[in-house]
Design a protein around this ligand. Sequence first.
Ligand SMILES: [Zn+2]
Length: 236
Amino acid sequence: MSGNLLVLTGAGISADSGVQTFRDANGLWENHRIEEVASLEAFRSCPDLVHNFYNVRRRQLKDSNIKPNAAHLALSELEAAWPGNFHLISQNVDDLHWQAGSKKVLNMHGQLNQVLCEACNQSMFWSNDLSVTSVCKFCGHVGMLRPDIVWFGESPHFLGLIEDLVRAADIFIAVGTSGVVYPAAGFVHLASQALKIEVNLAPTEKSKYFDEVLRGSSTEVLPSLVDRLLNPVTLR
Ligand SMILES: [Zn+2]
């Protein structure tokens, strides 16, 4: 097999690494609705609260127990061995694909360990806590840094490029994504020329639009799928 291979990942692939989702059992974070902390309006009115929300998550990335799992590693292996074009689009804001060695990753919802300066518009690596007194490494402005996270109401990063990649895909694989968060949920329709494969624990609203649906956790399913893609002689 060859051609343009495009993989879309969502929270399901990181869940097996122990990354907490943004919502606890009540759909709340410390009694705040997620919309109250993941928006520009929230950041303007309560910057300390919003910084704290993301600081907690950024610290999680340093937890030595949180490592790339078999699914992240399988995708890194696939990228290295795939004879055609390969791109990985992730809706996740953790760094596990990068840690696994993936190179062509587009984090469409931003990254926890990147921050954006509202003064000079520069995005930069940031591994520590962020606060209203943090200083931009590029322009020196104080208190102008925000998490480089795509908040509610904001446009995803790289969206034009991503849509071009989806349209051009020969194989489109969606992994651990709920199929309800747009625009990613619409990619299955945009990938009209592609062989479409869904990997997810549970059926999604979009399952019926895929050519092949593989049920199970991404760590269970992806290694054998990658093996099948790289060694089509074992096609079952
Ligand atoms: Zn700056």
